[in-house]
Design a protein around this ligand. Structure first.
Ligand SMILES: Nc1nc2c(ncn2[C@@H]2O[C@H](COP(=O)(O)OP(=O)(O)O)[C@@H](O)[C@H]2O)c(=O)[nH]1
Ligand SMILES: [Mg+2]
Length: 411
């Protein structure tokens, strides 16, 4: 990559580390004027802020269209699971109802009553629903989008927020067509339904509507992936990261995307450990903060769906006994994480410290210079990277065991 300008390098750095370009500049100047002491609170605050980023997703549409089902599917839940939104629930509340993600409570899906079920017009509706707190809106409708959906979308736009049209139940729509006709090309049929939705929304005044066809039973098929990619592009980087980590583990591609996001967290946690320096723990002679390590590994496990509760949910979704999934989960990273385990890992890590250090500096030229060679930054970086590789391999095996396929394998 020779010849990259310093601007390119900083962009790369912020992409690797979750620091923005401005934050990196700020870190650098603080380091130059006050050393590690001066950057410590900045890094601490950043890691703290990262833990507290919320993603609030509003899901709206008339009763019976599939809002609760969509919310459950996004949380990796089946309708009978504990904490799932009730499906086929006739009761209509006029208040937004919140559903937290089962492993990442900062990701909240909000079930908003359909605009037809409340008395206020579109502009008042959004104020009553506290529109400001949502990062974006999913407007759900089936079989067609209505005048209400259009009015709502226009109002959401006027208030400067993003919206996406989702039409669920595409599985039953396709089944119906299959029964009707012998000649049947799924892709063509999907395109017909999509363009029908788009045209009718355009005629109603939405200039370039984004419409996604999905099935709650097969979230990994049809347009869900496309919806996800559009959302990722539209969200600011830190929220995007949270969104990806909250995705249900349906494909190997999703596992890979999560790994990439978690790698940025490795970097952040290593920076934190780097500025805090070594914290001695009895019986452990590691040059880094063991609390940060253990906290990181536990968090990675949850994001990758390897904790007990996530495995159970996935097994249920896949219609397999949970033992079958647990059987492929192996290695020291998946049981209780003790200082002893960390210590054993560290043995392997010290040997590669030098090459690791070069690698890190390469990627993050600005902040890399803050940490000296052999620092706790590097130890944490190596240990967490190793743990992440190991956990990702486990997550890949689990997805393969659950869905029994190498389909969508990005490797
Ligand atoms: N086949 C199929 N049925 C769905 C899908 N989404 C929702 N449903 C069904 O549609 C009905 C209404 O769903 P629900 O989630 O309760 O809608 P809500 O009233 O908008 O919350 C239920 O019987 C769901 O099982 C889907 O993607 N495919
Ligand atoms: Mg509902």
């Amino acid at each position: 990559m020779g010849g990259a300008s310093s601007r390119d390098q900083s962009a790369e750095a912020s992409n690797t580390s979750l620091f923005s370009e401005d934050e990196l500049k700020n870190l650098k100047s603080n380091f130059e004027s006050g050393g590690v002491e001066k950057v410590t609170p900045l890094i601490q605050k950043k890691v703290n802020d990262l833990d507290n980023i919320e993603l609030n997703i509003a899901v709206t549409g008339e009763a019976g269209t599939g809002k609760s089902s969509f919310i459950n599917a996004m949380r990796g839940l089946q309708s009978e699971d504990k904490g799932a939104a009730k499906v086929d629930n006739k009761e209509t509340t006029v208040e937004p109802t919140e559903y937290k993600h089962p492993s990442l409570p900062n990701v909240i899906l909000w079930d908003l009553p359909g605009i037809g079920t409340v008395k206020f017009p579109a502009n008042k509706y959004l104020k009553e629903m506290k529109f400001k707190k949502y990062d974006f809106f999913i407007i759900i409708s089936h079989p067609r989008f209505t005048e209400n959906d259009v009015k709502l979308a226009q109002e959401i736009k006027r208030l400067g927020k993003k919206f996406y049209f989702v039409r669920p139940k595409i599985d039953t729509d396709l089944d119906a067509v299959k029964r009707e006709r012998r000649e049947f090309k799924e892709e063509e049929e999907l395109e017909n339904i999509r363009s029908y939705c788009i045209t009718s929304l355009q005629e109603a005044g939405i200039s370039s509507p984004q419409v996604f066809l999905i099935s709650k039973f097969d979230l990994h098929l049809y347009d869900f992936d496309r919806l996800s990619k559009v959302l990722e592009d539209d969200l600011p980087s830190l929220k995007r990261s949270v969104y990806i980590l909250a995705l249900p583990n349906l494909t190997l591609e999703i596992v890979e995307k999560k790994k990439k996001e978690l790698k940025k967290r490795v970097w952040m946690l290593a920076s934190l450990s780097g500025v805090l320096g070594a914290v001695p723990v009895p019986g452990v002679s590691l040059g880094c903060d063991i609390g940060i390590l253990i906290g990181g590994i536990v968090h990675f496990r949850k994001c990758l769906g390897l904790d007990d509760a996530s495995l159970r949910r996935l097994a249920k979704k896949a219609g397999k006994p949970v033992e079958e999934l647990k059987a492929v989960v192996k290695g020291p990273m998946v049981g209780e994480i003790t200082p002893d385990i960390i210590n054993r890992l560290a043995w392997g890590a010290t040997a590669v410290v030098v090459s690791g250090f070069e690698l890190v500096l390469d990627h993050v030229p600005v902040v890399g210079s803050i940490f000296g060679a052999g620092s706790s930054f590097l130890m944490t970086y190596k240990l967490l990277s190793g743990a992440l590789d190991d956990l990702t391999e486990n997550a890949r095996r689990v997805v393969k065991a659950a869905f029994g396929t190498d389909e969508n394998d990005p490797k």
